[in-house]
Structure formats: structure tokens, C-alpha cells
Design a protein around this ligand. Sequence first.
Ligand code: FES
Ligand SMILES: [Fe+2]
Length: 362
Amino acid sequence: MVQTNQKITHLPDNNYSVKVSSDLRKIGLNPNFWYPLAQTKEVKVEKPYAVSFGGDPIVLIRTKSQQVFALEDRCAHRQIPLSMGIVCQNTIKCSYHAWEYNQTGKVVKVPYLPEGCPLPKGVKSYPCREAYGHIFVFPGTAKLAETVPFPDIKNWFSSDYKTMYFSRLVNCHYSFLKENLMDMNHQFLHRRFMGKVKPTLLENSKGDNWVEAKFKFRGEPHPSAKLVLAAGRKPESDSEDYDFDVMTITTEYPYQTLRVCPPGSDEPLLDLWVAYIPVDQEQKKNHSFGMLMIRKPKIPGLINLLWPLMRYFTNVIFAEDKMIVEAEQKAYDLQGGDWNQEIFPVLVDVRELLSQKGVPLT
Ligand code: FES
Ligand SMILES: [Fe+2]
């Protein structure tokens, strides 16, 4: 990352109206990246699975030999979803007239076409990879897929961590959620669990494709929140004092991460990776995929005992965030535009980044 550190010394002295060159809610997520479109467990052998990216229907197919491929979910003949079809070895047959497609989307057989007749054109295929318990697809220009870095989520592989997965539909433009994650000034929303916690912005910085903010918290978190933070603490080296933990939240387009590290350590207690995938063409709905890697306590198996409580805490926080960002989307729809008066520099930077890196919605 190219660092252009900007410590906050003052708030903007204007009337807080923030100019983003275009309406952020009309900016689509750039399709030229690798995105999780389903969890591994959802795509079962020979059971086509329908997903979408920004209104483009995509079918994910797992063959008997565990190969996964992604095709446009629309038969080239009469546009029936191929996800209604039948998987045969390495091909899929449309359920209507049995046109058969291979993994590249090419029509390889039309059962009622006489031998030797040219076959009709097929459907689009998408670069597809299975990793981190998810099926990732490159929805943009396929030839760019090889050159665009695949997400690098190191702690997912570490046996020191246990991963909690999230997969939720949220009825809002993805940008509301991206702003929400970077915005630690909304602890009031989470007052039941985090009401006594006061965040302080330590520093914010940005580069060409990223924005980062570091926060410190003062005050006692709720016991269940404390549990999530306490579990992986190493008694010999990590302070018990939560006031000194540092939370680093990064938007590295198009993904986001949130890490909480004890003082002087770069081994996070919590390491969250999230991606919000627009579902519909207007991008007013998104599928949120997340992986929260929680450092395991020293006592073997203890994490499994604590897991339901940790799950409960994170579910409550996510439900509160979902409720509020969906209310933001409704307000936006009602007023027909973005009237935000954002005064927090981190969010101003995130909004700018999302505007610059996204693509206009048509
Ligand atoms: S609609 Fe798919 S084969 Fe006819
Ligand atoms: Fe929140």
C-alpha cells in the first residue's frame, strides 16, 4: 500500500455538505474483481445453484468430480434458467429441449438436430474458483481474471483461528454497508452491547485503492462482546486492558477487513473479511458474505463451547446494522437522491473511493 497518512487535526470548517461528484447510490460495484457468490456448502454435486451479480443471472455447477464452473443462467434457445437443468458428467442439459452446454458455455449437443448441422451459439461462461469455503466468480471481462489479484486471507488457513461464516441478504445498495463498517461513530445503535464503549479515531490514511482507519476504544464492552475479544488473548503477552486494543478497518476496493489487535501485536484477536455482492440490476439489494476469524483460546475445544455465545453477539450486531442500512435505503428511495451530510473524514474518503472505483449504473 502507498501510504498518505493524514492525521485528523480538525473537522471540516464548511457547512458539512460533502461533494461526491456523482450520486454514490447510482454507482455499481466494479465487476472486474473476484467475488464470492455462494458458500461452498450451498453448491452440491449435480444440483445447479442460481445466483446473480448486479442482475446478471449466473448458475454454479458442481460436477461429480468436484469441479465447479459458472455459466450464464439463461439457455441460449428460449432463455429458460439453466439452473433448472440436469447435470450430466461435465455438461448441463437445459430442462426444456435438452440443449447441452459444456463448462465453457458452448452448445455441444442439440438432441433433435440432424448429424452434421452446425450447432447454435452458446452462453457466457465465467472464471470460477473455489476457495475460503466459498465459490468465487469473476463477473466482469473474463480475460482480466488472470491479472486481477485473488483475495489473500491468510488467517483463514491458520489453525490458531476458527472461522465464523456470514451469508445474508440485505435490502440496500452495497455502499451503505461499506460506510457502516468504517463508521465507528454509530456505537449508539449498538447501545445494548456497546453502549459503554467510546471509540477514538487514532489515524486515518488512504491510497489509490484503499482507505484505512485505526480506532481505540475506552470503556467496558458487554460481557458477550468481551468474550469475543478475550478468547484468543495470550495471558503471557497480551494486555487484559481492552482500552489499548486497536481496531483497524480497511476498505481495499472492493473488499473490507476489520482487525482487532492487542497492544504491540500484529496477530489479530479478530480478523473479519467481507464482500457485499449486488444482486439486482439497480443494486438496491446485496448479498453480504463474511468470514470472521477468531483466535482460539489456549484450552483445546473451549472455542467450540463459547461459539454459540459469540454467534449470538455477532448476529445481534449484524441485525442492528441490517435494520439501519435498510432504513437508509428506504429514505434514499423516498427522497430520490443522496442527501447525506457526512462529516466524518473517514467516510468522506470511503465515499470518494467507491465513487471512483465503481462503474455507473445504466
Ligand atoms: S429453452 Fe433451453 S433447450 Fe429450449
Ligand atoms: Fe454497526
